[in-house]
Design a protein around this ligand. Sequence first.
Ligand code: GLU
Length: 449
Amino acid sequence: MDSPIKVRFPPSPTGFCHVGTARMAILNYLFAKKNGGTIVFRSEDTDKARSRPEFEEDIKEQLQWLGLSWDEFYRTTDLVSTHTDAMQKLVAEDKACVSEEESKKEPGTMVQVVRLRNPGTAITFTDLIRGEITFDTTELGDFAIGRAIDDPLYHLAVVVDDASHGITHVIRGEDHISNTPRQILIQEALGYPRPQYAHYPLHLGADRSKLSKRTGDVAVKSYREKGFLPQALLNYIAVLGWTAPSGKELLSLTEMIEAFDIRDVHKSGAVFDMEKLRWFNREYILKLTDDEFAAAVLPIMEEGMQGRGLTWDQGMATKLLPVIKERVSVWSDLSEQLAAGEYDLFFKDPTPAAEEIPGKGNTKAAAATHLAKLHELYIGASAEIFDTPERLKDTVWEYATEQGRGAVLWPMRFSLSGLARSPDPFTIASIIGRDATLRRLDAARQLLI
Ligand code: GLU
C-alpha cells in the first residue's frame, strides 16, 4: 500500500445505533487495526430534518461500549465550505452547471440546482469483497450534486469529505453499491484519487427479512439493556458475515484483529440469530471471574428481591451464584427468573400445596413416611454434610434407591421448593442449610397427615 490506510465510520445520526451501524464500524475497525490504519468518525448529518444530536450521541456511546474507538471526528455539516469550494471548482471548469429548475416539491417555484456534467462513461471498480464491478453511467444523466452552490447534496459531500480526510478504503454495506458509480464520477471530475471499495452483504432478520434501523429491537442499546455483554455482542456481530481462517468463532477483539482479512468476509448475507447471540453471551459469562460474575449478578438479585418484597440477604445470594451461573445466558434471564419467583424459595419458606407434595403415583401417606425418614436421616447426620450437595445425596441415596427415587425425591424437592421446577433437592438443601431443610421437611410432612 502506498498511502497509510484510513477508513471511516460514516453513520447518519437519524436513528439509534443499530446492529447494522455496529457491523459497519466493526468491519472498518478490524480492517484499520489489522493494517495499522486510522479511523475517521464522520457524522453524516446532511438530512437536516431527521438528524438529531441524541442519535449521534447514542451511536458514539454504543460503539464505545462495544470497545471500538476512532482517531478523528467530524460532522458533514461542519465541512460545508469545502463542499462549496468543490462545487465552485467544478462549475468554473464546466464540469458542473448551475441551473434554475422547477421545484419537484413545490411546482411553480423555481429553484437552483447544481448538476454534474456526466461524461456517461462505463465505470469499473474492483470491490475487495465482490470482485470487479462495471456500471454503465449514461442513465444517471447529469445528476444533481447541490441544491445550490452552498447547499451540497449527499454524494458530493461524501466524496469531498472522503478525499479531504484522505480515506483510502470505503467499507460499507451493499445497499450503497449503487451510490458508488455516482461517487466515482464526482471524484473523477474533481481529480481525486479513487479509494478502494468493499461492499459487504447486509445481514438479515431471523425470518430472512431485511433489518430496519428504525426497528427498536435491533438498537444496540436494547441488547445492552437486556444485559448482553459488550464483548459477546461485538464478537457475534463481527463473525456474522466473516469467518476467521481458523474457523474459530469465539474471539477476543485482539484475536479478531490478528485474524482479519477483508477477503474472508462472506459474499452472501448472514442471518442474525438471537439464539446464537445468547450462546455467545453465555460463553462470555462463563469466562467471567467469580468476582466479575458476583459484581454483575448481586445488584440484579437485590433489585429482584425488592421487586418480590423479600428481605435482601447477601449471604444467601452469594451462595446462589453457582446455581445462577448454570441457568443464565443473559442477565435479563435472571431478572425474569427472579420476577417469576424462581428464587423466592431461597429467601423464605415455601407454602407447598398438600396435594402436590406426593408427586405422581405416590400416596400422601407414603410421601409422609418418606419425609419423616429423610428428616430422621438428616437430623442424625453430622452438620458438615450440608456443605455439599454430594454428601446430602449420599446420606439418603440408599433409602431413595430402595424406595424408588421418584417417590422419595419428588416430595423432598417439592417440600423444599414448593415448585414443580427447581434445582435438585440436594443443591437446595445445601444452600438453605440444615435448619431450613429440617424445618421444611417437617412442615410438609405435617401437611400430609
Ligand atoms: N451515512 C451512510 C449511512 O449511514 C453511509 C454512507 C457511506 O458508507 O458511504 O448509511
